[in-house]
Design a protein around this ligand. Sequence first.
Ligand SMILES: Nc1ncnc2c1ncn2[C@@H]1O[C@H](COP(=O)(O)OP(=O)(O)OP(=O)(O)O)[C@@H](O)[C@H]1O
Length: 493
Amino acid sequence: MVSSSSEGANVADAYKKALGTAASVTAYAMLARGMARELLPDELRAAVRRGAEFLRARLGARDKERNTLVVRRQFENNGYSAGGNDLFDASRAYLATKMDARAMRRLCLSRSCIRDSDGSSSWNTLLCMEQGVSTTDVFDGIEFRWTSIEDGGGSDDGKRQGKGESLELSFDAEHTDTALEKYVPFITSTAEELRRRDRALKIFMNDGGMWYGINHYHPASFDTVAMDPALKKAIVDDLDRFLKRKEYYRRIGKAWKRGYLLYGRPGTGKSSLVAAMANYLRFNLYDLDLSGVYNNSALQRILIDMPNKSILVIEDIDCSFDTMSREDRKAAETDDMEYQMDANRQGGSQENKLSLSGLLNFIDGLWSTCGEERIIVFTTNYKDRLDPALLRPGRMDMHVYMGHCGWDAFKMLARNYHLVDEHALFPEIQELLAVVEVTPAEVSEMLLRSEDVDAAMRLLTEFLQQRRQMTTTIARDEMAHERCVWHDRSGIA
Ligand SMILES: Nc1ncnc2c1ncn2[C@@H]1O[C@H](COP(=O)(O)OP(=O)(O)OP(=O)(O)O)[C@@H](O)[C@H]1O
């Protein structure tokens, strides 16, 4: 048996002989590669290859001209500090998503106050690069190198003015257009998205022609709203598609808006679904009470005041215009001075009174292009009472029926409220749900009555049995009544 070292020596001798007769450098290189293949372990060869690639990259990079974009924390105006630089904040927030805290020896955390477009502010804690540290980001296949620069330090050419922390972004000069036209906008939009995701959501209400907002901590999400799973998926997919379609809407010449009509009995989860949509999109809610809006001009003003990326909700839309006409009648009949004064204060006359067409004009008429990336939600308990103009194809993009609590919806509620997927009473509950009509709100209430899962399921089963009993009694009474009416009409004694 030949040992591996003597085998190696034999191979080396054979190569030496061959080298002696090799006539060209190419042949030598080929032989050297072959020799390395046989003599060096795999790991060592891989390390040599990586080293060679690194050297090649460094030598190649040195040949290329580099450009540097300086992003200062404070921008300057005639030598005076003129305030914070939003691009600096955006870059820092973006870079924080690229850092791996576990791989860093020195961590730097910063906490700053972020102002939102609606005037609110929130605190934000970020992982940052230490001064002097660099990191590389790859975008569109191009390497962008970021370096955090110390306060007041000079740049290579000594021309940097003013003090303050800055971030330097360097890249191959040939990619300057991509850097400015694509990469920087990508950073700002990513940072904007992150900011929106982190902020506390708000719900705004209208009063006297103005919006007033408070923090909105509704816990509803698409995981907690109990409804037909296929319908839920269709809504989530629709929202996702909508968000991605800015260019598409522009191309087809339509306002970037999406309308949903949610209808169903009280307690079927219409408001919960709106809250889930807001939480999913991280959009603020604007809950418009039309009884506080006196005319179309006031409506236009208040809708214009809504920022983009928001959800406009008009609940019980079937009642909104009825209420208005009642108010109008009352004003006309009693010459209600207060009402008139309010209307005048809102800047319009009764001739310009609020109308459904005024609202529709905002949804898909000329005013629809004011603002973009907006969701409009109407809810109603009675779809059949709606003005056909609202139901016209294309007006509300999706009509969502929030129905009675079915088996799938119940299972979702049971999992959410009691963390169970199985229970001895499930088969009976399934049978009962197939024959009685109860709302998810009623089922939720039963499930909430006890923290003990057995007790809660028993209470729900009893409730469903009673409901079935009631339904049977009512149906029997109705049939008996109809029989009497038939007897009366036919004159049978
Ligand atoms: N589909 C559902 N999924 C989960 N919980 C629900 C659902 N429907 C109702 N609920 C529960 O019932 C409560 C009332 O429901 P919600 O206000 O969303 O119903 P609604 O259809 O908007 O009623 P209304 O027409 O009276 O405004 C909710 O807070 C929630 O706890």
